[in-house]
Design a protein around this ligand. Structure first.
Ligand code: ZN
Ligand code: ZN
Length: 141
């Protein structure tokens, strides 16, 4: 698929022609805090398949899974753009919220689903996982 998107002010853009490796919503506390909602929505692509404008600010932290994770956002408008996790170093996760066409996102799984707040419940048809996804997650291999 052709994927384009960017931040609110337009300073950071991304584009690529690639198929998402997987698509998830994440209800972990850190994703909630950075999302502006109850969860983050992310599309994982092979790193290198997506071109991202330089200049995004990166914030590194330790995920609940124990993996190092970097979340990138626009330093001007604050929009979340992408993240990378040491658990899956071959992927870049684009924030579905930054897509030009949000209909491209088709979530397959909700992770940390038991942390979903009542006001942002996981949609019933979506498979739920109680913790993080990882390199070792059989479902993705
Ligand atoms: Zn911006
Ligand atoms: Zn998360």
């Amino acid at each position: 698929m052709c994927v384009t998107g960017g931040c609110l002010c337009g300073a950071i853009r991304f584009e690529g022609d690639a198929e998402p490796q997987f698509q998830v919503t994440c209800y972990c506390t850190d994703c909630r805090r950075t999302s502006g909602a109850g969860h983050a929505a992310m599309m994982g692509f092979i790193d290198g398949a997506i071109h991202v404008t330089r200049g995004a600010r990166e914030f590194a932290s330790k995920a609940d899974s124990g993996n190092d994770i970097v979340r990138a956002f626009c330093p001007t408008c604050g929009s979340g753009i992408y993240s990378r996790t040491a658990g899956m170093p071959h992927l870049i996760f684009l924030r579905a919220s930054a897509l030009d066409d949000p209909a491209l996102f088709a979530p397959q799984l909700a992770v940390w689903a038991d942390r979903a707040p009542a006001w942002d419940a996981v949609p019933a048809p979506l498979p739920k996982r109680r913790s993080a996804i990882n390199r070792g997650s059989a479902q993705w291999r």
